[in-house]
Write a protein that binds this ligand. Structure first.
Ligand code: FES
Length: 136
């Protein structure tokens, strides 16, 4: 192996390490918020029955949909922006909670407690009869 071959090999290795390092770092604090969201849940279906009671919630297509203690429907991205653990809706505390490291988010998705520093993405909801639309 001559010097050029050695340097090429070394450069490739260092480059690979940088890429691998970036991938690891980039996965933190990035979150996975679905985009171009537009789907409808049939609230008369048993699979969606959790949303028929105040305080209920479910996760669908990367989005957590909750029904507040006053009966309003809210929706935010389900993946914690710290390390992507699925958050839980805690209606009585009016917040989303990450069971992994304890981050908390307001019902709007904004951060109220670390270690997460970026908000969950909020989506629109619209109820028409028993059809609940969730959309960007
Ligand atoms: S993954 Fe949610 S706080 Fe760490």
């Amino acid at each position: 192996m001559d010097r050029k071959e050695f340097m090429n090999l070394l450069g490739f290795s260092v480059g690979s390490l940088v890429v691998a390092s970036c991938l690891g770092a980039c996965s933190k604090e990035s979150g996975i918020a679905p985009s171009n969201v537009d789907f409808t849940l049939d609230l008369s279906a048993s699979a969606n029955s959790a949303l028929n009671s105040n305080g209920g919630s479910l996760v669908k297509d990367g989005i957590i949909i909750g029904r507040t203690t006053t009966g309003a429907y809210i929706a935010v991205s389900a993946a914690c922006t710290h390390e992507q653990t699925t958050v839980q809706y805690q209606a009585n505390n009016k917040r989303f909670y990450c069971p992994n490291h304890g981050a908390t988010f307001a019902e709007s998705g904004s951060v109220t407690g670390g270690p997460a520093s970026r908000a969950l993405t909020q989506y629109n909801t619209a109820l028409n009869g028993t059809s609940l639309r969730i959309f960007s």
